[in-house]
Ligand binder design. Structure first.
Ligand SMILES: [Zn+2]
Length: 228
């Protein structure tokens, strides 16, 4: 009888492990280039006197915690994001941002994105640092957005679409991927760079999030060029 029970338990546990996603193993692309590349991140916490939706509410402990998760995800690529500094930044053209956030706004989607780009006005920054603007809420409830060009930056909200305060490290890790030149892929949902709308579903599954080998190779190449 005891043997039978043990056998059944074994079969049950074997079945359940089939459906569970497996944590990543070291990638070949990273193993071949074994040095870890550090990416310094300059964090700008936005604040505004006219709107609480713009002001970012996040402590340095919370931000460090988020970076720990981001680095857990990026470990397989051998890239580590390190907080260089955290400073406050006055929101630029915040009236326009409030207008863009309003439900009755007549602004086009493009104009709204423009207001989001402008609100974090960091034109005079070093190129050798990744700029991260932390904001209360994004326009349209986006989980995060990356702006390229001459002064690249990532904008990331502390308040989710449903109004709940939530910091989502998977979205942050995804936007950092764009910063390092990665585009969306059409892999399964557990892949970090899978197209929009999937990051919330990866909540709590951080150690299973994956990159393709090609993404690891190309993001390392970009990071090396910028930071080594
Ligand atoms: Zn994206």
């Amino acid at each position: 009888m005891k043997i039978l029970v043990t056998l059944i338990l074994f079969v049950v546990s074997a079945c359940s492990s089939v459906n569970k996603p497996q944590p990543f193993t070291d990638s070949l692309a990273y193993k071949n280039n074994s040095s870890v590349i550090s990416v310094p991140v300059r964090i700008h916490l936005l604040k505004s006197n006219i709107s609480r939706d713009i002001t970012a509410v996040a402590s340095s402990e919370e931000l460090e915690e988020m970076f720990n998760v981001v680095n857990l995800i990026w470990k397989q690529a051998g890239i580590k994001y390190e907080i260089e500094s955290i400073t406050y930044l006055n929101a630029y053209k915040d009236e326009q941002y409030v207008e863009a956030m309003s439900k009755t706004s007549n602004l086009t989607r493009q104009q709204k994105i423009g207001a989001m780009n402008k609100v974090c006005n960091i034109t005079k920054q070093s190129d050798r640092v990744l700029n991260l603007c932390v904001i209360g809420k994004t326009v349209n409830g986006l989980g995060g957005i990356y702006f390229g060009g001459r002064h690249p930056k990532v904008i990331w909200p502390t308040i989710a679409k449903n109004g709940r305060e939530v910091l989502n490290p998977a979205t942050l890790a995804h936007e950092f991927g764009h910063y390092l030149g990665l585009k969306h892929n059409s892999e399964e949902a557990i892949y970090l760079m899978r197209g929009r709308g999937n990051n919330m579903r990866r909540n709590g599954q951080y150690e299973y999030i994956l990159f393709t080998e090609r993404e690891i190779t190309s993001s390392r190449k970009v990071a090396m060029k910028l930071f080594e």
